[in-house]
Design a protein around this ligand. Structure first.
Ligand code: 9UX
Length: 72
């Protein structure tokens, strides 16, 4: 089955920031789609939980350099 995770992502100040988050998340295994909204400080990710967890995704966003919190 597929899961959805919405993250708060703080510290993105331009669309290139959002692009780097999207790219890093999409490179992970088990990701179906990632959409990052720089204006609202949000990242919405559709993924396959047999392959990856929301926490894995959150840590990847942090590794890019932004503070990420799972909202739901
Ligand atoms: Mo450009 Mo966005 O260096 O932080 S990618 S401002």
């Amino acid at each position: 089955a597929e899961a959805k995770a919405l993250f708060s992502v703080m510290g993105m100040t331009c669309s290139a920031c959002a692009g780097s988050v999207e790219k890093a998340v999409k490179r992970l295994p088990g990701i179906r789609e990632a959409v990052v909204d720089v204006l609202n400080n949000r990242a919405q990710v559709m993924f396959f939980p047999n392959f990856i967890s929301a926490e894995n995704i959150r840590e990847t966003i942090e590794d890019v350099g932004f503070q990420a919190t799972l909202i739901n």
